[in-house]
Design a protein around this ligand. Structure first.
Ligand SMILES: C[S@@+](CC[C@H](N)C(=O)[O-])C[C@H]1O[C@@H](n2cnc3c(N)ncnc32)[C@H](O)[C@@H]1O
Length: 390
């Protein structure tokens, strides 16, 4: 025989809980002459069984049903399903905490957050101590805040001596420039990098050019090149974020952007840059597009991860029209343009490979190179020449 205080101690339950269980019929105490409640071994065992069932997630009502009647299979099946879900959820929470502590990769987490809440993602990265530029690089390049610093060191080591940072060629830049119906006087180039297009625009126009990038060392390299070319006096460089351009409306008669608009989203860029153009001003931009309706699974899997917003040229044109442009030309960049970017990149990766084994930046770029080698006409780099409509 047990007193209620003994039961409470043995089971780690409070007196109030036991009284409640008594009221619900889980146990049945007997009043002794001295007024105390007394419980039997059967009560103790029922309570132990109840605790086991509760640990499986059953409610008190469901536990009572199991204690007193035949087990209801459907209830157990449903609870089991819920428990599996809770465990999977907890496992995810565990993985996230471990990843935040640097024990595993954060890539998937950053990518999901980027797709579901891009602004909150950026704000959160800035709270973690990244400046805006690094937070933007993290979203697009390293995709893992724990490896970001090393990733960017490797990334810059690979790219700093490469002239081109995206597909393009002099012939294709000139082909697009030839489609601009006026002789430009004020050009804004966005995401100019080390200026492979800037030099061509400077040489083949008499315009004043404002070249924007948020990588200071790229702009310094461009200034040096332009000085040697003798066109430096017509080109001003501005180190800023393309998403917050500090220019007045109607400032330019031509905006040029090779391989960079994807960074803020091409559709966002089309809308945000439109007011900077004067009447009938022209926007030229290039973007990676699907050139077949049903790309192979391999290509889809790679680009959906690397460039989730990638779409067809026809869809980009529809977006441009929606944003207030008329399409006056569009063509796929030549194979030479692809090679002008990927051939030196491949050489550079081969040269650095043995020194930088295990580098995530190198591995990512090797994967991109493999995707390029499997291109098989499934995707193109498309140049769009768009006139701002009134
Ligand atoms: C793919 S590269 C293209 C560079 C150049 N147009 C070329 O074809 O060589 C993208 C460029 O955008 C710049 N960039 C990245 N994010 C930026 C941002 N938020 N604002 C301004 N420039 C940015 C990078 O520094 C880089 O130079």
């Amino acid at each position: 025989m047990y007193r209620i205080s003994q039961l409470a101690e043995m089971l780690g339950l409070s007196r109030t809980t036991l009284l409640y269980y008594e009221k619900q019929g889980v146990i049945q105490g007997k009043r002794l002459d001295n007024g105390y409640r007394s419980f039997t071994d059967k009560d103790l065992q029922r309570l132990k069984l109840l605790q086991k069932l509760q640990a499986g997630g059953l409610t008190l009502k469901e536990c009572l049903a199991c204690l007193d009647e035949k087990v209801e299979r459907d209830i157990l099946v449903e609870r089991l399903r819920q428990l599996d879900e809770e465990i999977a959820q907890k496992q995810k929470s565990r993985q996230l905490l471990a990843a935040l502590l640097g024990e595993s990769s954060l890539t998937d987490w950053h990518q999901t957050l980027e797709q579901q809440a891009p602004e909150a993602h950026l704000e959160w990265l800035i709270k973690q101590g990244f400046d805006e530029k690094q937070a933007l690089r993290l979203k697009w390049l390293s995709k893992d805040m724990n490896n970001h610093e090393q990733y960017m060191l490797d990334f810059n080591l690979i790219f700093k001596d490469l002239e081109r940072w995206g597909p393009g060629s002099e012939a294709d830049t000139l082909r697009a420039l030839a489609k601009v119906p006026h002789s430009p006087q004020s050009i804004l180039e966005i995401g100019c990098g080390q200026g492979s297009a800037t030099q061509i625009l400077a040489e083949h126009s008499s315009a004043n050019i404002t070249a924007v990038d948020n990588e200071e060392f790229a702009l310094q390299s461009l200034v040096k090149t332009l000085k040697e070319q003798g066109t430096g006096d017509r080109v001003a460089t501005v180190c800023t974020n393309m998403e917050k351009l500090p220019f007045e409306p109607d400032s330019f008669d031509l905006i040029w952007c090779e391989g960079s608009a994807y960074i803020m989203g091409v559709n966002n860029a089309l809308k945000a840059w439109r007011p900077l153009l004067q009447d009938n001003g022209i926007l030229v931009l290039s973007d990676l597009v699907w050139s077949v309706e049903s790309p192979s699974e391999k290509a889809l899997a790679f680009w959906q991860k690397e460039y989730p917003d990638m779409t067809t040229a026809a869809h980009r044109i529809a977006q441009a029209e929606q944003a207030g442009y008329e399409v006056i030309g569009s063509f796929a960049l030549s194979d030479e343009s692809w090679l002008a970017y990927y051939a030196p990149l491949e050489d550079r990766i081969d040269a650095l490979g043995s020194q930088r084994q295990g580098s995530m930046a190198l591995e990512d770029l090797q994967r991109e190179l493999s995707a390029f080698h499997l291109r098989a006409g499934e995707f193109d780099y498309q140049m769009f020449i768009l006139r701002a409509c009134n």
